[in-house]
Design a binder for this molecule. Structure first.
Ligand SMILES: NC(=O)c1ccc[n+]([C@@H]2O[C@H](COP(=O)([O-])OP(=O)(O)OC[C@H]3O[C@@H](n4cnc5c(N)ncnc54)[C@H](OP(=O)(O)O)[C@@H]3O)[C@@H](O)[C@H]2O)c1
Length: 300
């Protein structure tokens, strides 16, 4: 049992952590941005020192990938400067620092799943500032676990799955890019990973600290993901519509995104014995939470 300070409160991962960690007996305090502006390094440092927790988990970030392109200073403050200060303060009170990063630190040109030691080459401001955050956290606190994840979804918050379901209620057809590959990952499964990591931080295994890839099993494209969302929603009486595959070039966005950002999760399995479920199983769980089990509504 540990006293855990979570930076972030109402985000997808922060919410899942607050739901999951007390079940293991942990005492959890989560700070929303109304209490701590993580973009302010002095405030981040003071918040950690004042509480002197056993473990700090940073689930806060500047996650607006397109907006970051024209808001670089704010993205850098929240994704790098604040986390660095919090990680240093955690080191000062003897606490490990668990931090989240992204598949967007890679350019997507490898052609097979990225390993932790592959050279990063972010294509945009979000990925660049998250990479700077990784490096700053690692430099500030040797006892760090940086979990690179991808395509995060959950029943709460703002994410691709929620957007697809909302638009399905408004339109007959959605056009979704079919040439970006990745591994949709659910916040609940990331909370399970953190719970697993926490069971070992008191007596850490060899190679316990560093960067780990934490994404679902399987792979798909955004279009494949959207089609699975529609099928699963329809099977529960939820909103659904046709999904038409398009190319990235047909859907220009301010930020470039990697074409193939699949991450290899072998290191997390080898060091911590942790493996996330297949994305399709995780999607089923998420849709169950939103609409109930398959077919119950259509049968009644
Ligand atoms: N979303 C994705 O698809 C994705 C993909 C790869 C990696 N990740 C990484 O996974 C982690 C969790 O992401 P998420 O999807 O849970 O994020 P999210 O749902 O967008 O939530 C963002 C969180 O950041 C907090 N926040 C925003 N501005 C803040 C500020 N100035 N000071 C303090 N807190 C602030 C929010 O605080 P409140 O609690 O006050 O709202 C919220 O808890 C992040 O490190 C992200 O980079 C996400």
């Amino acid at each position: 049992m540990a006293r855990i300070l979570i930076l972030g409160r109402s985000g997808q991962v922060a919410t899942a952590l607050q739901a999951r960690l007390p079940a293991d007996g942990h005492e959890v305090e989560a700070l929303g941005r109304d209490v701590l502006d993580l973009a302010d390094p002095a405030a981040a440092r003071a918040a950690v020192l004042a509480r002197s927790p056993d473990v700090v988990i940073n689930a806060a970030a500047y996650t607006a990938v397109d907006k970051a392109e024209t808001d670089e200073a704010a993205a850098r403050a929240l994704n790098a400067a604040g986390p660095a200060a919090a990680a240093a303060a955690a080191a000062g009170v003897g606490a490990p620092f668990i931090h989240f990063s992204t598949d967007y630190v890679f350019d997507g040109s490898k052609g097979e799943p990225y390993r932790e030691d592959d050279a990063p080459r972010p294509l945009g401001v979000y990925g660049r500032t998250k990479l700077e955050g990784e490096q700053a956290v690692a430099g500030a606190n040797p006892r760090h676990v940086i979990l690179r994840t991808a395509w995060v979804c959950s029943p709460v918050g703002s994410n691709f799955l929620k957007t697809m379901l909302r638009l399905a209620g408004e339109r007959d057809e959605l056009s979704v890019v079919d040439d970006q590959r990745g591994r949709p990952t659910f916040a609940r499964d990331l909370a399970d990973v953190v719970a697993g990591v926490l069971t070992m931080t008191a007596a850490p295994p060899a190679d316990a600290w560093g960067v780990f890839h934490a994404v679902s099993g399987g792979e798909t494209t955004w279009c494949g993901f959207a089609q699975a969302i529609m099928e699963g929603s329809a099977a529960r009486g939820g909103p659904s519509c046709r999904v038409k595959p398009i190319a990235t070039s047909d859907y220009p966005t301010p930020a470039r995104r990697p074409a193939d950002s699949r991450l290899c999760t072998e290191r997390l399995a080898a060091v911590y014995g942790l493996r996330l479920p297949h994305w399709q199983a995780a999607l089923e769980t998420c849709l169950d939470e939103l609409y109930g089990p398959r077919n119950t509504r259509t049968q009644s």
